[in-house]
Design a binder for this molecule. Structure first.
Ligand code: GUN
Length: 294
């Protein structure tokens, strides 16, 4: 093994600790308790786990946490009514509607209804646009967590070749936009990309967000590159038990890369930590106060 392992779990713990201190300061000095509401429609098992973890971490950071559960059969109007109520609630500074939503609910219409100032997911087109042109915006949590780990490892990213594999609205596109804002030369690769291994081999920074277990092999990685694996895939082992793997073949890539995130324990923990940080940012902006330095 040659690569440094980027410890997302430890990094996330340090971010959560900082957020906890910020919350304590806001409460003591401004009488402000940031509040985060998470809306879950239906019973998707993975979403249930995520939502429970988000609620727990929010409370641990000293913030107000509200969880709203709706039946899988909920109508678009019912979901919209919840979003509108939360938009109007002054004790709630962040709203997250867990995706995916059931088929009868129009995802874009729901995301569009969230007050952009409370959009801690950063999925509203206003935040997407503001981030793209360099205005203050809420930034999607997973790409933000990836960027923080890259900057921590590499320092200035300016001029580096970054390849983002995957073009989703949640990860691929905002990740590319954030890297461009750091003056990387950015390529977004996807399922139609020709000679994907060769494209990946040009990357100083390789971000994998495709949802295909271990698709990116060791010989796709440029020696010394920083590899960020956003994938979380559950696969069956030979003994019938299951395990989590990323979109990168870790055993191969870690022999070639300079630094790499493991799965689990890499990107995943950073996402929730960034959600908490975004909630503090949103609360401060809504209250018209500076984010406390701690
Ligand atoms: N589902 C999977 N990831 C996410 C996320 O980052 N935000 C929301 N709202 N739903 C998700």
């Amino acid at each position: 093994m040659t690569a440094d392992i980027i410890d997302g779990k430890a990094f996330a713990a340090s971010v959560r600790e900082r957020v906890g201190k910020q919350v304590a300061k806001l409460q003591a000095e401004n009488g402000l308790t940031p509040g985060l509401a998470v809306v879950l429609v239906g019973e998707d098992p993975a979403s249930l786990v995520y939502v429970r973890n988000k609620g727990k971490s929010t409370q641990e950071a000293g913030m107000k946490s509200e969880e709203i559960r709706l039946e899988a059969s909920a109508s678009q109007e019912e979901v919209l009514a919840v979003v509108n109520r939360l938009n109007a609630d002054p004790t709630i500074h962040g709203i997250l509607v867990q995706l995916p939503l059931p088929d009868q609910v129009d995802e874009m219409a729901i995301l569009d209804a969230i007050n952009p100032e409370k959009d801690v997911d950063g999925f509203h087109v206003i935040n997407t646009g503001r981030q793209a042109v360099g205005l203050p915006a809420m930034v999607p949590c997973t790409p933000l967590g990836c960027l923080m780990m890259l900057q921590d490892k590499l320092g200035d990213l300016s001029g580096l070749n970054a390849v983002v594999v995957g073009r989703s609205n949640i990860v691929g596109k905002p990740m590319a936009s954030l890297l461009l804002a750091q003056s990387c030369t950015v390529t977004i690769a996807h399922s139609r990309t020709r000679d994907l291994p060769a494209v990946c081999r040009g990357a100083d920074i390789l971000v994998a967000a495709v949802g295909r277990p271990e698709m990116i092999r060791g010989d796709w990685v440029k020696p010394g590159a920083a590899v960020i694996d956003v994938g979380i895939n559950r696969i069956e082992k030979e003994d019938g038990k299951t395990k989590l793997v990323g979109d990168v073949c870790f055993s191969e890539a870690s022999e070639v890369a300079g630094a790499i995130t493991p799965v689990p324990g890499g990107v995943g923990p950073m996402t929730i930590a960034c959600l908490l940080a975004n909630t503090v940012t949103a609360a401060c902006r809504q209250a018209g106060i500076e984010e406390p330095a701690v």
